[in-house]
Structures are given as structure tokens and as C-alpha cells.
Design a binder for this molecule. Structure first.
Ligand SMILES: Nc1ncnc2c1ncn2[C@@H]1O[C@H](COP(=O)(O)OP(=O)(O)OP(=O)(O)O)[C@@H](O)[C@H]1O
Length: 273
């Protein structure tokens, strides 16, 4: 693999509790280059906390330590709030589950897609508009002018998620973190959005950290898979090898992968070791 974009070595995240600190991520190490890396595992395994740490978006009560935690060689553990804001606008972007909660219903789509350019570049209004229209077209929206003028309420779920992707990519981030980016969408749309994310990742030369509980999707759209359980990594493998995983836990997750019948449900939590 070429020089990684994101390098995490022995990441530990904990929260205070009446009985002392509770570790929710306990020594995770990973690298993401210009590729699609999936982080999978049952609910509560620490996937989102790992992704949020890489965006500087952990809850304020969380404590974080790591032997190495760098983006393009830059130490993320030492960034100030202002430096995080700059990095989030220009280097790393986050796509969350449901565009309904990410888009502001009171503002037109165009303004929201352009916002990062307004904050982080000196482009003129005309240039920003041009770039926003290009991005809306790149994410597969057929009538970018109309979408640009629309309010979020006028968009379907799939269109809303495409708009969010346009907003997150407009400033050419090198790393995209997508936390369950399609779980609010129906199955057909999920495939469309993941195929879009995968092709944009390759076209734009980005890295994508895809957080998911859907092993079927991961198998189809990721290059590599990291399996988490109870705050630790249990296995790392090429997605093509998922059906032949060596860890019993990965094998159990693979056997429980969503089928047409169980699609949309959470992965079961497996008891014991
Ligand atoms: N603000 C918080 N304070 C204390 N514990 C928290 C807080 N936020 C999350 N946790 C705990 O951290 C653990 C990891 O949560 P995380 O959201 O990373 O899991 P996940 O693998 O992404 O699960 P899911 O698929 O359900 O989102 C969970 O046990 C959760 O209860």
C-alpha cells in the first residue's frame, strides 16, 4: 500500500463512569490509504467512536490516547479546535446516516453544498455556484440546477444522501469517513449510493473508511475489512476473503449477514468469547 492517509496505532477511548473509566475502544490499530476500508462489528463494538475520533468529534467526556494517530503524517492528538475545523473542511469529511439530520431544512440545497467553500476558500459566489452544480452532477443528480434551488424537504432520501455526498466532497477531501451512510435508505438505493461512493473514491483518489454492520455490502464495496468486537480488532482481511475468514467471530458475522429476509436488522450481539 502507498503512504497511508490515516494511521492509527493503539487507539484507546474511554468514558468516565461511577466505577472508574470504561474503555470503549481498547487498542485499535489501522491504516487507510487511497482505498475503501470497512470497519464492521456488532452494535456497541466501537466502530463509530473510532470514526469520530478521526474527525475530532468525540463527545466531550471521552478521553483519547494513541501511540500514533496521524493524518498525512500530521499528529491529530495535538490539534486545536481551530485546526480541527480547518482539517474537517479540507482534509477529512464525514458522511452520516440520515441526510434528514445533516441538511438544514431552512436553507436551500445549493447554499449548503457550497458552505465549505465559503468557509475555507476565497472563491467568488459565481465560482462556488459553478462548483456546487458540478458536484451535484457528479453525484448523479439529473437536474443539478433544480436541486440547487430546492429545499431539503423536496428531496427523496436517496437524493438527500447524494446531496450530502456532494457537500462533503466539494472541497476535495483526501479521506472520507462514512458512518452507516445508507442505513436510512431502501436496499436498491443503498447499492446505488455505495457504488457511487466507491467510484468517487477511485476517481478522486481518496480514501474511504466505511463504517457498516452489513457484511454483504462490505463484501461488495470494500477492498479491506477490519472486524471489531468489544472495542478491539479481531481480524483484518481482504473483503474477497470474508467467506473464508479465520476468526470464528467473523465467520459468525458472515453467517448472520443480512439476507433479503433480514435486511435492515442489526447484527446479533454474540455472547461470550
Ligand atoms: N457519550 C457516551 N458516554 C459513554 N459511553 C458512550 C458514549 N457514546 C457511546 N458510548 C459507548 O461506547 C461504545 C461504543 O459505541 P459506538 O457508537 O462506537 O459503537 P458502534 O460499534 O458504532 O455501534 P452501533 O453500530 O450501534 O452504532 C458503546 O458501548 C456505547 O454505549
Amino acid at each position: 500500500m502507498a503512504e497511508p492517509l490515516l494511521t492509527i496505532n493503539d487507539l484507546r477511548i474511554s468514558f468516565p463512569s461511577p466505577n472508574g473509566r470504561i474503555g470503549v475502544v481498547n487498542g485499535v490499530s489501522l491504516e487507510v490509504g487511497r482505498e475503501v476500508v470497512a470497519l464492521v462489528g456488532e452494535s456497541g463494538s466501537g466502530k463509530s467512536m473510532t470514526g469520530r475520533a478521526a474527525m475530532g468529534l468525540l463527545p466531550s467526556t471521552a478521553s483519547i490516547e494513541a501511540k500514533q494517530f496521524t493524518f498525512e503524517g500530521r499528529d491529530l492528538t495535538r490539534l486545536s479546535g481551530t485546526q480541527w475545523n480547518a482539517l474537517r473542511g479540507q482534509g477529512i469529511s464525514l458522511i452520516l446516516q440520515d441526510p434528514k439530520y445533516s441538511l438544514n431544512p431552512a436553507h436551500r440545497v445549493g447554499r449548503q453544498v457550497e458552505e465549505t467553500l465559503l468557509l475555507h476558500t476565497r472563491l467568488s459566489a459565481k465560482e462556488r455556484r459553478q462548483r456546487a452544480l458540478e458536484m451535484l452532477s457528479k453525484v448523479g443528480l439529473a437536474d443539478p440546477e433544480r436541486v440547487y434551488q430546492s429545499y431539503p424537504a423536496a428531496l427523496s432520501g436517496g437524493m438527500g444522501q447524494r446531496v450530502m455526498i456532494a457537500a462533503m466532497l466539494i472541497n476535495n477531501p483526501r479521506l472520507l469517513i462514512a458512518d452507516e451512510p445508507t442505513s436510512a435508505l431502501d436496499r436498491g438505493l443503498q447499492d446505488q449510493i455505495l457504488a457511487l461512493l466507491r467510484s468517487l473514491t477511485a476517481d478522486l483518489g481518496m480514501g474511504l473508511l466505511l463504517i457498516s454492520h452489513d457484511l454483504q455490502q462490505v463484501h461488495r464495496y470494500a477492498d479491506r475489512v477490519l472486524v471489531m468486537r468489544q472495542g478491539a480488532l479481531v481480524e483484518e482481511l481482504a473483503s474477497a476473503d470474508l467467506a473464508n475468514a479465520s476468526s470464528p467471530y467473523t465467520r459468525a458475522l458472515w453467517a448472520a449477514r443480512p439476507s433479503a429476509a433480514t435486511y435492515g436488522t442489526r447484527l446479533p450481539v454474540f455472547e461470550g468469547e
